[in-house]
Structures are given as structure tokens and as C-alpha cells.
Design a protein around this ligand. Structure first.
Ligand code: G
Ligand code: G
Ligand code: MN
Ligand code: NA
Length: 253
């Protein structure tokens, strides 16, 4: 397809770039961000990752792309870590194909070594389907990432079909509550109950909680009241280019 052809050229033509969305902790202590991949194609214009990530996975291009994003995000984070006076963390999405087809822990070790970013400044976001895979190959990678000090977060928590037993088996640090559950807060009583239950379960399992898609002061207020640890969304900021995020970080400090 046209998308496939253009995608093959995207890395070579330097059409990919990364934006950074702030993640605030509700105590106001620590600022982090999520690295989000963007593609401005010469022939197709701006294409959403919702469209091109699945195609990249099919084509196997996600391996080269994933390595590129990780490298960008970590070298950027190292420079911000050196400038910031408060603790800072960088979060990077890793797809299930990367875990299946390579050893992500080896890649991450190499990127941390080459960029000089401390391992405890990096969080990897994985989806529930990574954990649905029962092979030892995945568990070994996650264990060795955790031993290095890298944190692991479950992205889109609550939207997958996997059993909750994975919360016991895998060395996770954070849950990201999907924006679908945040959208109708504080009015929707069912979403309120679900979010409160997720936060209290997470606390009992020693997991930090990130709420995504926070768009209003009322949502933030309720999440603080429920002792949610981190919030991310348009209320704080849209994803920003590197320069704008750096200004945001310096202003925050
Ligand atoms: O930023 P946006 O809402 O458009 O992202 C849409 C989807 O694309 C999200 O599910 C997000 O996790 C995914 N995504 C964005 N950047 C990356 C990336 O670098 N790697 C992977 N695997 N997924 C990404
Ligand atoms: O699946 P993942 O969590 O990686 O997706 C993150 C996506 O959510 C990004 O593409 C980002 O643009 C989008 N996003 C971030 N904040 C908000 C928000 O407050 N509201 C909505 N609707 N989308 C958001
Ligand atoms: Mn994510
Ligand atoms: Na999500």
C-alpha cells in the first residue's frame, strides 16, 4: 500500500519526530513525560501512530523505529536530567512485537550506557497483551529490566482482556488508567467507582497509578482526593516538541 511504501522511507528521510507530554505527580514533586512518536510524511502529511504503528509491526519496521524512539527519548532525557533540579523521568512506549522479536533489556542496557541516562529515570510502557504471552522470553526481559532499575508501567490499564493474575507475576511499578475511564469523571458514578477501586488495589499491590486523559480541574481534583499518584492530559499540557517541553520543565522547577 501507499502507507507501507512511505513508511519504509520515513526513517531514511528523517520524517519521524518525538513529542513529549508532561506527567505531573499529584504532590507537585516530580515531573515526567511520555515520549510519543509522530510522523510527518512528505507524501501523506501528518499520519497518526494509531494508523502507522500497527503497519510498522506487520512490516517488522517497529524494531528500527522502536530503537530510534528509545535512543531519542533517552538522550533527550539525559540532557534534561542534567539541567533539571528536581527528579525527572522519561516514559517510552514499547510494543509487544519488540518484546517477542528481540531482547528489549539488551537494547535498553545499550541505550542507557551510550546516553548516560540513569536507569531509574526511565519507565517503559507496555500493554496487557505483552503480559498475556506466557513464554519465559518476556518474563526474563522484564526481570532483567527491573534489576537494572528501569520501571515498568502497564499502559491502557483496564481495556485489555487479560487476567489480573499478571499483576502478581510481573515486576511492575505503575498502572496507567486508560483515558476512557477518566473522560466522564467526576459525574459518572460507575467510572468513579472503577477508578477508586483501581487506585486502592494498586496501592495494596505497591503500584503507582497514572491517570491519562485528564482534561479538567474537576477531574484532577477528584483524582487527588482518591490519592492518584500521577496525572497526564490536556489539562496540564498537550504533547510538546522538545524545545517547548524543555521550557515547561525549567518553568516547573
Ligand atoms: O500520541 P497518540 O495519542 O496519537 O498515540 C496514539 C497511540 O500510539 C498510543 O496508543 C500510543 O501508545 C502509541 N504510540 C505513540 N508513540 C509510540 C511509540 O513510540 N511506540 C509505540 N509502540 N507506540 C506508540
Ligand atoms: O495509549 P497511550 O496512552 O500511549 O496514548 C496516549 C495518547 O493519548 C497520545 O496520543 C495523546 O495525544 C493522547 N492524549 C493525551 N492527553 C490526552 C487528553 O487529555 N485527552 C485525550 N482525549 N487524549 C489525550
Ligand atoms: Mn502510552
Ligand atoms: Na493509554
Amino acid at each position: 500500500s501507499q502507507l507501507e511504501g512511505a513508511l519504509h522511507k520515513s526513517l531514511i528521510n528523517k520524517e519521524l519526530y518525538v513529542v513529549y507530554q508532561p506527567i505531573h505527580d499529584t504532590q507537585g514533586q516530580r515531573l515526567g513525560c511520555e515520549a510519543l512518536l509522530r510522523w510527518r510524511s512528505e507524501t501523506l502529511g501528518e499520519v497518526s501512530p494509531v494508523e502507522f504503528i500497527p503497519v510498522s509491526e506487520e512490516l517488522g519496521l517497529i524494531l528500527a523505529m522502536g530503537e530510534w524512539v528509545l535512543y531519542q527519548a533517552c538522550s533527550q532525557a539525559k540532557s534534561w536530567y542534567d539541567k533539571a533540579c528536581k527528579p525527572f523521568f522519561m516514559t517510552v512506549n514499547v510494543s509487544s512485537t519488540q518484546f517477542k522479536r528481540q531482547d528489549v533489556s539488551v537494547l535498553v542496557a545499550k541505550v542507557l550506557r551510550e546516553t548516560g541516562l540513569p536507569a531509574n529515570c526511565l519507565t517503559l510502557e507496555i500493554t496487557e497483551n505483552v503480559l498475556a504471552d506466557n513464554s519465559g522470553h518476556i518474563l526474563r526481559q522484564l526481570d532483567s529490566l527491573r534489576e537494572m532499575g528501569v520501571e515498568l508501567a502497564i499502559d491502557d490499564f483496564g481495556t485489555g482482556y487479560s487476567s489480573l493474575s499478571y499483576l502478581k507475576r510481573f515486576p511492575l511499578s505503575k498502572l496507567k488508567i486508560d483515558k476512557e475511564f477518566i473522560r466522564d469523571l467526576p459525574a459518572d458514578a460507575e467510572d468513579r467507582a472503577l477508578v477508586a477501586a483501581i487506585i486502592s488495589m494498586a496501592a495494596n499491590l505497591n503500584l503507582k497509578v497514572v491517570a491519562e486523559g485528564v482534561e479538567t480541574a474537576e477531574q484532577l481534583g477528584l483524582l487527588k482526593q482518591l490519592h492518584c499518584d500521577f496525572t497526564q492530559g490536556f489539562y496540564h499540557s498537550r504533547p510538546l516538541g522538545a524545545e517547548d517541553f524543555e521550557a515547561y520543565l525549567m518553568h516547573f522547577n
